[in-house]
Ligand binder design. Structure first.
Ligand code: UGA
Length: 437
């Protein structure tokens, strides 16, 4: 069944680990995936998916026979030589990456078993060198992950590039990894470990910079009556700029950009280098989340006693991930201004429940909009484009919509009786927001 393909070991079955495990199984490899959380291992062994990711359920079901989930490190080390380390590296309070889980894994690996440690977790540049120094008997390859939540399976199967970083003595391990990824067709970038680590952090920081840049352009567009969608389209056609990641909105969130921008800033700071630009990227993103509140205040004067509906809670569509979601800051700010907040998200309600104190979570968008004085579109779920907006207008106390993702077509909404305002979008009824500070 597996046509003699090499067994893959995966350590840490979170987003990256589970996608990596299922995709290698789909490519025909037997996979042993180990996690320390017994409940997670039990659920996956019983065929239940632990995260919401398009296409993943099908992959897990189709490849169940090739996939073993276990808590037993011994079983993994016995069966697999290539070990993908996919544990998380969350930010510490100071903004540095917390490497304790990576360290715990590395310390548990034998140096004489012929294993190859393949680092998928995002780690500061210099981590690989330190591990190689401490554990000289282990082959070490850096292979950062670039998949996006919501399209992780497709990203794995069709990578833009696969970065493989190895230092002296580990070339054979890097060759083995390159062979593993060859069927996927993306360009293989062979480099040293430190450069591979920096490619990951620099890529995420650059994408976050692009978003904060276009968000500031959007804010200026509002002042001069320009439309950021038109501006981004015109800019994006310049091949040196490119059209991707120029969508203005209420800021980036998720488990990666906020963490990695801060980790790169701290990494630079720890060497004595002040990465000035990234401070601005972070600050713009924080202010952008709050800007919607200024827009609402500009129209409603006061939010005391007003009801505001949030459409979408997850940090982006096609995921139930609430980490660093703009909705968290927004809901708290609205409540701070005296508003009551209702909300609807097609899949993130369970994940959101414990994070959103005092927010009424509804079963449908129309329920959330019922009696609301304003609505904010936070996450661009496709179902919001299909909503019966005329019915929504009738249900709201005041049909006012702030489109935090510039997702909806303003004209039909305005025809349905809505006051519509996007982010940096030229629409007939957009007054300039009150000052954000
Ligand atoms: C990001 C990177 O895109 C992946 O390449 C990387 O592998 C991943 O981080 C990681 O380091 O693990 P992800 O966080 O899943 O992926 O999500 P993105 O699709 O990049 O979106 C991040 C945030 O930026 C979202 O809140 C999204 O709404 C926002 N965004 C994105 C914008 O506001 N404007 C845009 O034009 C694009």
């Amino acid at each position: 069944m597996s046509e003699g393909k090499e067994t893959i070991g995966v350590i840490g079955v979170g987003w990256v680990g589970l996608v990596t495990a299922s995709c290698f199984a789909e490519l025909g490899h037997p996979v042993v995936a180990r996690d320390i959380v017994p409940e997670k291992v039990a659920a996956l062994s019983a065929g239940e998916t632990t995260i919401h990711e398009p296409g993943l359920d099908e992959l897990l079901a189709r490849n169940a026979e090739r996939l073993t989930f276990t808590t037993d490190m011994g079983e993994l080390l016995e069966r697999a030589r290539l070990l993908f380390v996919c544990v998380d590296t969350p930010p510490t309070r100071s903004g540095d990456a917390d490497l304790s889980r990576v360290r715990a894994v590395v310390e548990g690996l034998p140096e004489d078993g012929g294993h190859v440690l393949i680092m998928k977790s995002t780690v500061p540049a210099g981590t690989g060198e330190a591990i190689r120094r401490d554990r000289p008997g282990l082959a070490y390859v850096s292979c950062p992950e670039f998949l996006k939540e919501g399209s992780a399976v497709a990203d794995f199967m069709h990578p833009d590039r696969v970065v493989i970083g190895a230092d002296g003595g580990d070339e054979a391990a890097a060759d083995a990894l390159a062979r593993l990824y060859a069927p996927l067709g993306g360009e293989i970038v062979r480099t040293d470990v430190a450069s591979a680590e920096m490619i990951k952090l620099a890529s995420n920081a650059f994408l976050a910079t692009k978003i904060s840049f276009v968000n500031e352009i959007a804010n200026v567009c509002e002042e001069v009556g320009a439309d950021v969608g038109e501006v981004a389209r015109g800019m994006g056609l310049d091949q040196r700029i490119g059209p991707a990641f120029l969508r203005a909105g209420i800021g980036y969130g998720g488990s990666c950009f906020p963490k990695d921008v801060s980790a790169l800033k701290m990494l630079a700071g720890n060497t004595g280098y002040h990465f000035q630009l990234l401070n601005a990227v972070i600050e713009v993103n924080e202010l952008q989340k709050r800007r919607v509140v200024q827009k609402l205040l500009g129209r409603l004067d006061s939010l005391v006693g007003k009801r505001v509906a949030l459409l979408g809670l997850a940090f982006k569509p096609q995921t139930d991930d609430m980490r660093e979601a703009s909705s968290l800051v927004l809901a708290a700010r609205l409540q701070g201004e005296g508003a009551t907040v209702s909300a609807y998200d097609p899949v993130a309600a369970d994940a959101a429940r414990e994070l959103l104190d005092g927010v009424e979570l509804c079963d449908s968008a129309l329920d959330a909009l019922d009696g609301a004085d304003a609505a904010v579109l936070v996450t661009e779920w496709p179902e919001f484009a299909e909503l019966d907006w005329a019915e929504a207008a009738g249900r709201m106390a005041r049909p006012l919509l702030i489109d935090g993702r510039n997702f909806l077509d303003p004209e039909p909404l305005q025809a349905a009786g809505f006051e519509y305002e996007g982010i940096g979008r030229a629409t007939a009824d957009s007054p300039a927001p009150a000052s954000a500070d």
